[in-house]
Design a protein around this ligand. Structure first.
Ligand code: PLP
Length: 482
């Protein structure tokens, strides 16, 4: 590999100054210096690759906000291979992976039942343009799992959400939608919108430069789980095409507002607003029928992706015929007078129904069918036990940390860590790096268990958390037990 060599020692003057001026004690400064060098040594090829290609590769891969404090560790772990619950990086470090493809790998990495169908399809070729042989079967399977009448396919979750919103607007003839604070729906401009607390423009602002104010005009961003949001929806009912909801947000897994969701269903039904469940993470994870089956709420449209693609890029829009007929004009038959009668909206995509995605999805759905509910009962129960063990430990150690889970998704249930470089946010940032250093691959402190994580893997993670906490205490970043 050509390119600039990464200097491991010493820390830059700027960082040393920053540490001193940010009020870090000598103990903390020395510890941080020690740890950064240790981490850089262990993952030196990952760092080297980031440096070498930054000039050419515009990339922000899963790193979160840039923070000068962690600058020297601000690079993704570069993976070389993976199998089951493990990945290996380019320095040959082994990790128990709980990032799990950002929620894709419910069955671990490279499960043989998916690998085999992909290889078979590769042998047969990749035919884009003609219809995939099995697309209808996959649609039928998804309909059976989700209770939705009709199904169509996109390539990513973002596209699925964008299309679901377009369908809702086309069918209702209304413009505005509601989304909730804290929900991520992908990177379509129409959902890259955040709450605005000021009085004039009460409900929304662009999330980032480049998102036009015009998009914002038709979006209300409301507080999730808050009954006041229902009142606001009532007030705007005549203008609302859809309420888009992530039933359990990845960033706040402790918030599982079942009653709110039921009230939202009643209200949207009464006011003819489309209720869209974005089940990108919860779909095929919490239950075969997703969060809708778990909470006992049937949406009008639901979007899926991640797990159901078995590692291949996929997005799914599923819904009642009333909405989905806007894709193709609705059901008709040969040999009679029927024809597609519903007014259509626009939907397309070169790679939609990609043969590799279709065979992987079929394999996933058939596997889930054969395993039944017990797969979910076991996995969800193990994750709850894992989180309970961690929480018991945090309580016993008087640490201000709590975890929560929703099925096999787990994450922080602690206070919001918004203030940059506050002791709590620095400790959380460092905890992530300590876990990586100990061979636990994760994103922030959010993660996913899969069906192939063993007790040994889980105990390994728990021990890594305990060891990291002890180190952070030695470094002066976490309080010691009283
Ligand atoms: C709830 C939710 N919706 C939509 C998306 C976007 O999906 P994709 O990244 O496949 O575009 C995500 C991605 O994490 C998600 O979590």
């Amino acid at each position: 590999m050509n390119g600039q060599q990464v200097t491991l020692l010493p820390l830059s003057d700027n960082l040393t100054k920053l540490l001193a001026t940010a009020g870090f004690t000598n103990l903390q400064q020395n510890y941080l210096q020690y740890f950064i060098h240790r981490y850089n040594n262990r993952t030196k090829t990952s760092k080297q690759i980031s440096q070498n290609y930054r000039l050419f590769l515009a990339d922000d891969k899963n790193l979160g906000e840039f923070n000068l404090l962690f600058k020297e560790m601000y690079y993704p772990i570069v993976a070389n291979r993976s199998l089951g619950s493990k990945i290996w990086d380019v320095d040959d470090n082994e990790y128990v992976d709980v990032m799990m493809g950002l929620g894709i790998n419910l069955f671990g990495h490279n499960p043989s039942f998916i690998k085999e169908v992909l290889i078979t399809q590769l042998d047969k070729g990749i035919q884009i343009g003609p219809q995939s042989e099995i697309v209808g079967e996959v649609a039928e399977l998804i309909s059976q799992f989700t209770g939705m009448e009709r199904v169509c396919f996109s390539n990513t979750g973002t596209e699925a959400v964008m299309s679901a919103i377009r369908i809702a607007r086309a069918v209702t003839g209304r413009n505005k939608i509601v989304i909730f604070s804290g929900s991520y729906h992908g990177h379509f401009d129409g959902t890259l919108i955040k709450a605005n607390q000021t009085e004039n423009n009460q409900y929304a602002l662009p999330l980032s430069p480049g998102v036009l104010p015009n998009f914002v005009n038709d979006v209300l961003v409301l507080d999730y789980g808050n009954p006041e949001s229902l009142e606001i929806i009532k007030t705007h009912q005549q203008e609302l095409a859809a309420v888009l909801v992530v039933p359990v947000q990845t960033s706040r897994p402790a918030l599982q507002p079942k009653e709110f969701l039921h009230q939202l269903r009643e209200l949207t039904q009464a006011t003819k607003i489309a209720l869209i469940f974005d089940e990108m993470v919860t779909g095929f994870r919490i239950h075969p029928g997703g969060a809708q089956a778990y909470f006992g709420v049937q949406a009008d449209i639901a979007t899926y992706g991640k797990i159901v693609g078995g590692g291949m890029p996929i997005g799914v829009i599923a819904g009642k015929s009333k909405y989905m007929d806007a894709i193709d004009g609705g059901m008709w038959n040969y040999g009679d007078d029927s024809y597609p009668q519903t007014q259509k909206t626009f939907f397309a995509g070169t790679f939609c129904k990609h043969p590799l995605a279709m065979v992987a999805a079929k394999a996933v759905l058939q596997y889930l069918q054969s395993e039944g509910l017990s797969l979910y009962q076991k996995l969800n129960e193990r994750t709850t036990q894992f989180v309970t063990t961690l929480n018991n430990y945090f309580v016993a150690e008087e640490l201000p940390l709590r975890m929560a889970n929703f099925g096999s998704l787990f994450g922080s249930a602690s206070v919001e860590l918004s203030e940059e470089n506050s002791p709590a946010s620095v400790a959380m940032g460092l905890l992530k790096y300590h876990l990586l250093d100990k061979g636990v691959h994760l994103l922030g402190i959010t993660g996913y268990l899969s069906t192939v994580h063993t007790d040994e893997d889980i105990n390994y993670i728990i021990q890594a958390v305990k060891d990291s906490v002890e180190q952070l205490r030695i470094g002066g970043f976490l309080p010691t037990r009283t």
